[in-house]
Design a protein around this ligand. Structure first.
Ligand SMILES: Cc1ncc(COP(=O)(O)O)c(C=O)c1O
Length: 490
């Protein structure tokens, strides 16, 4: 961190840092962040440390006496920065590309200063009401009808947990009061998703006391989409065997390939079987903003609940997950509980009724600032650019004689592998070759790619979603891939 002109000051005996000192360090910090965001390429994308390296450079005990803020900031540079994996780096194309946009960073800074705790409307009218407004804006942009009410949670995992808890509330009378265990009147419950669905669904059923084997994974077609015909058969088979089906989770943008389940056909099944339909759009959901992508969202209006993560592809600093539900009153029925000390006479809606946590951060501020700063046009332009870059990369893979694309590219992720001509390798050797290739690419420090397995085959993923990613980074990936496929030992 840059040093200020004034001499370092130890903290005052009582109270907070003085306003003067705050101002001085604040300016320095903003300057530092501006330089950081403008030049993340100076760092290797992946931290070059081994497990334990960061912790061993930090004292085991907290200091007895307060230290000047200068020393703390110096240690950020010296000790902490080497342990940072740079998700803001334009070469970060692993998992899902994300970024902390400047308006989002400002919003988090301001939210910390205001320190709003929106458990009740009264404890933060602004956070409570802005959350409703910003979520409505987002819902309208994505095309969700007004029948969906929104709430912000931290992650999609927690959003989905709330969806499944609400499905359980609907399906099992008295579950709130009596739970599940020891009840002869409640058969085993079943939830369905595809074999491509995110592991947060597995965790949800485990946490809700349904047991992991309550989750039945439906096979997918050649484009990695859930097969509604098999879903229907599985439900019939389970009912005949004494299970009680309660919910189906469909995904718009799965984690490995970004495949899109046929939501409308799955909604037909859910309607005829009276099952809760939750749609996981954690990554792909933002593309509802693009008219040319509407085909992927047909039937979404019939879902009971939907999640989209602005912290994935809407340039929002981690964390912010937007959860929408058509039956929020049932969710409230599952979760609202007001102890005497929280009773208020205003009759307003309190956000703590819509979930498991009581206190909550002022997350809506960043969603509001980001939507205002970029505007719907600006967001759409950026999403389209990422999709264009992904298609360009996919075309390059398709044209390359030593590469194979392993999945369609509906959004901004390309799954591929090297399969060099003239070298006959076993399936296991080919997997090992691609694993080594990916590690060699990542060792460059210029880009970071991750992998998945598709029907048992090792696939390298290029995920574009960072605001700063452009042609230059894609060219670098192409260079590194081409170099790697040309050698025996990538
Ligand atoms: C499709 C999908 N759903 C859910 C999640 C979980 O997201 P979170 O980290 O917000 O819990 C992910 C994470 O990548 C995902 O890809």
């Amino acid at each position: 961190m840059p040093k200020g002109d004034s001499a370092p000051r130890t903290p005052p005996e009582l109270g907070d840092m003085s306003a003067d000192e705050f101002r001085r360090h604040g300016h320095e910090l903003v300057e530092w962040i501006a330089r950081y965001l403008d030049g993340t390429e100076r760092y290797p994308v992946l931290a070059r440390v081994a497990p334990g390296d960061i912790a061993k450079n930090l004292p085991a005990q907290a200091p007895e006496r307060g230290e000047p803020f200068e020393s703390i900031l110096e240690d950020v540079d010296r000790v902490l920065m080497p342990g940072v994996t740079h998700w803001n780096h334009p070469g970060f194309m692993a998992y899902f590309g994300i970024s902390a946009s400047a308006p989002g960073v400002f919003a988090d800074f301001l939210a910390s200063a205001l320190n709003q705790q929106a458990m009740l409307w009264r404890t933060s009218p602004v956070s409570t009401e802005l959350e409703g407004v910003a979520l409505r804006w987002l819902a309208d942009l994505i095309g969700l009808p007004p029948s969906f009410e929104g709430v912000i949670y931290d992650t999609a995992s927690v959003s989905t947990l709330h969806a499944l808890a609400t499905a359980r509330e609907v399906a099992v009378p008295g579950v709130r009061a009596h739970g599940l265990s020891g009840r002869a009147d409640v058969p085993r419950l079943r939830v369905y998703c595809s074999d491509q669905t995110h592991s947060s669904i597995d965790k949800g059923v485990m946490l809700l006391g349904l047991g992991h084997d309550a989750l039945r994974k439906i096979p997918t077609d050649e484009r990695f989409r859930m097969r509604p015909d098999v879903l229907r058969e599985a439900i019939a088979e389970d009912r005949a065997a004494g299970w009680r089906p309660i919910a189906v989770v469909a995904t718009i943008g799965t984690t490995s390939t970004t495949s899109v389940d046929p939501v409308a056909a799955i909604a037909d099944v859910c309607e005829s079987e009276t099952l809760w339909l939750h749609v996981d759009g954690a990554y792909g959901g933002v593309c509802g903003m693009l008219p040319e992508m509407r085909e992927h969202f047909v039937g979404l209006e019939r879902a009971d609940s939907f999640v989209v993560n602005p912290h994935k592809w809407l340039f929002t600093p981690f964390d912010l997950s937007a959860f929408y539900c058509r039956r929020m009153d049932t969710l409230r029925q599952a979760f609202s509980l007001t102890p005497e000390y929280l009773r208020t006479p205003d009759g307003a809606r309190n956000l703590s009724d819509t979930g498991v946590q009581l206190g909550r951060r002022f997350r809506s501020l960043k969603l509001w600032m980001i939507l205002r700063y970029f505007g719907a046009e600006g967001v759409r332009a950026r999403l389209r650019e990422h999709i264009r870059l992904a298609k360009t990369f996919a075309d390059w893979v398709d044209a390359h004689p030593d590469l194979e694309r392993l999945a369609p590219v509906p959004f901004s992720v390309v799954c591929f592998r090297a399969n060099p001509r003239g070298r006959s390798m076993s399936a296991a050797d080919l997997d090992a070759f691609n694993d080594a290739l990916m590690h060699r690419i990542n060792a460059s420090g210029d880009v970071f790619l991750s992998h998945t397995k598709l029907r048992g085959t090792f696939a390298i993923r290029v995920a574009i979603g960072n605001l700063r990613t452009g042609e230059a980074q894609l060219r670098r990936v192409q260079e590194l891939v081409s170099l790697g496929v040309g050698t025996n030992n990538p």
